[in-house]
Design a protein around this ligand. Structure first.
Ligand code: NDP
Length: 425
C-alpha cells in the first residue's frame, strides 16, 4: 500500500506542494488536480442540470483530514467546510488514536425503510393482517419497479406494519403505517425507495379498502448504523502541561454531562457533525438526510442523547460512536460532480458500507478533539488562533499580512475586527 494518511508537515506546505504530493501519491491527472483546486469543478451547464433557477455555483474550502487509521487501513479524508479548526482538530485527534492502534469500525448493510401511510382502513388489526398476508405480493410488486436492484442482491426484503395511536385532535383513527424494508446496496436510496413506496400504494389501498397518503423513505435510518470505537492509553493524552489522567477525566466528565443534559448533548453532537458533514459535502452525500437521521437517532429513547460516549477502562480512555449513515457511492450527484469523484478517489473506499465506517471514525475523532480541549484548557485558545486569520481577512488584510495580523491579535488577546483594522492602519 503506497498511500499513507500520515503526511508529516503537510499543513506547513504551500498549497501547490500539497497538491503535488497528493498528485504523486494518487497518480492524479491534471484535470483532477484542477477539480481539487476548485477550478472548473462544476461547470455552469452541469449546475443548471442539477437544480432549478441556477445562476452559478458556490464554493467552500476543501481540506484533508489526515492520520486516519480505520480497521488498520489509512484514509485521507476530504472535508469541505468553512469553519476554521475542524480539519486541524480531526487530524490531531486521529494522530493520537493512530498511536493507539487506530479506530475499530463496523457498519450494517444498506437497509432502509420506506413508509406508506394508510387511512380509512376500518379495523386496524384486520387491515394489518391483510397487508401481512399479502407480504410476498407486496415485495414482488415493489421489486418489479427496480429489477436491477434485485439482480445486485438488493431490493425490498420485508414488509412491516405499525399501528400508532392517534395524535390529539379531532380524528380518532389510529395510524396504520406500512414499512417496506429495502436493501439499497451502494445507493443512499431515497429515489428508489420512494419509487417502490409509491408503486405499492394502490395495491395496499386495494387490500385494505383504505386511502394512502404519504409514500416516502424514513430518514431515521436505524437499520443502517455505523459504529466506531477507539482505545487510547491514558498516558498518551498528556498535554497542555497536564498529565494524561487529568485530560482523560475531563473527557469522561464531558461525556457524563452530555448523557445527562440535552442542552449539552446538542452541542456535543454538533461537534460530531462538524466532521461528518464536512466529509459528507466533499463526497456528494445528502448531508441533510444524515443530519436528520443522526438527531432523530440521538433522541430514540425519548431524551436527546450524545451520539458518542467516553469512559475510562483499565488505564485506557475508550470512545464509542453509533449513528445512522445513509451514504452512497452511486446516485444523486455522486457520479455527476467531478469534484466528488476526485474526493472519492482519495477516500479509496470500495463500498458505501466502508465509507460509513470512515465517517463514523471521523465523527468520533472530531468529538475527541473538542472534548479534549473543553475538558481541560477550553477551546478558545486554539480556536481563536485560527479564527484570528478570518478576522484579519475581514478587516482587510491580504497576503502575508493575514498571518502577521492574526498573530498580533492573538498576542494582544483581542481577536476583534476593529482591533485588526487598528493594527493594519
Ligand atoms: P439515485 O436514484 O440517483 O441512484 C440510485 C440508483 O443507482 C439505483 O436506483 C440504481 O439504479 C443505480 N445503481 C447503480 N449501481 C448501483 C449499486 N451498486 N447499488 C445501488 N444502486 C445502484 O439515488 P438514490 O435513490 O440513492 O437517492 C439519493 C438522492 O435522493 C439524493 O440526491 C437525495 O438528496 C435525494 N432525496 C432525498 C430525500 C430524503 O432524504 N428525504 C427525499 C428525496 C430525494 P438501477 O437499479 O436502475 O441501476
Amino acid at each position: 500500500d503506497t498511500v499513507t494518511s500520515r503526511l508529516a508537515g503537510f499543513h506547513k506546505l504551500p498549497m501547490e506542494e500539497r497538491l503535488a504530493q497528493l498528485g504523486k501519491m494518487f497518480r492524479l491527472a491534471e484535470d483532477e488536480l484542477q477539480y481539487l483546486r476548485g477550478v472548473g469543478t462544476l461547470q455552469p451547464v452541469l449546475a443548471n442540470q442539477m437544480i432549478e433557477n441556477a445562476v452559478g455555483t458556490f464554493s467552500l474550502p476543501l481540506g484533508l483530514g489526515l492520520n486516519m487509521l480505520v480497521n488498520g487501513r489509512d484514509y485521507i479524508v476530504p472535508m469541505a467546510v468553512e469553519e476554521p479548526s475542524v480539519v486541524a482538530a480531526v487530524s490531531f485527534a486521529a494522530k493520537i488514536v493512530r498511536e493507539s492502534g487506530g479506530f475499530m469500525a463496523e457498519a450494517d448493510p444498506s437497509i432502509m425503510i420506506g413508509q406508506v401511510q394508510v387511512t380509512r382502513f376500518g379495523d386496524p388489526t384486520e387491515a394489518a393482517d391483510k397487508i401481512l398476508a399479502a407480504k410476498e405480493g407486496i415485495l414482488a410488486l415493489a421489486n418489479s419497479f427496480h429489477p436491477a436492484m434485485v439482480a445486485r442482491g438488493g431490493g425490498a426484503k420485508d414488509v412491516e406494519v405499525r399501528v400508532l395511536p392517534a395524535p390529539e385532535g379531532p380524528r380518532a383513527e389510529p395510524l396504520l403505517i406500512v414499512h417496506l424494508v429495502i436493501d439499497t446496496q451502494e445507493a443512499m436510496g431515497a429515489n428508489l425507495i420512494n419509487t417502490m413506496a409509491e408503486g405499492v400504494a394502490p395495491f395496499i389501498e386495494q387490500l385494505t379498502g383504505g386511502k394512502v397518503y404519504l409514500r416516502i423513505l424514513s430518514n431515521l435510518a436505524d437499520r443502517r448504523l455505523a459504529r466506531a470505537m477507539c482505545r487510547i492509553p491514558v498516558p498518551l493524552l498528556a498535554d497542555f502541561e497536564m498529565p494524561g489522567e487529568a485530560i482523560a477525566e475531563g473527557i469522561a466528565q464531558a461525556s457524563r454531562f452530555a448523557e445527562a443534559d440535552p442542552y449539552r448533548a446538542a452541542t456535543h453532537n454538533k461537534g460530531v457533525m462538524n466532521g461528518i458533514d464536512s466529509v459528507a459535502i466533499a463526497t456528494g452525500q445528502d448531508w441533510r438526510a444524515i443530519e436528520a437521521g443522526a438527531h432523530a437517532f440521538a433522541c430514540r429513547e425519548g431524551q436527546y442523547r450524545p451520539l458518542s460516549t467516553w469512559y475510562l477502562e483499565e488505564g485506557h480512555l475508550v470512545g464509542r460512536i453509533e449513528l445512522p449513515l445513509a451514504l452512497g457511492t452511486v446516485g444523486g450527484p455522486i457520479k455527476v460532480h467531478p469534484g466528488v469523484q476526485v474526493a472519492l478517489k482519495l477516500m479509496r473506499v470500495s463500498s458505501a458500507r466502508e465509507l460509513s465506517m470512515v465517517f463514523a471514525a471521523v465523527g468520533l475523532a472530531q468529538n475527541f478533539a473538542a472534548l479534549r480541549a473543553l475538558g481541560s484548557v477550553g477551546i478558545q485558545k486554539g480556536h481563536m488562533a485560527l479564527h484570528a486569520r478570518c478576522v484579519a481577512v475581514t478587516a482587510g488584510a491580504r497576503g502575508d499580512l493575514v498571518e502577521r495580523i492574526a498573530n498580533e491579535l492573538v498576542r494582544v488577546g483581542h481577536v476583534k475586527v476593529e482591533k485588526a483594522r487598528e493594527i493594519i492602519a
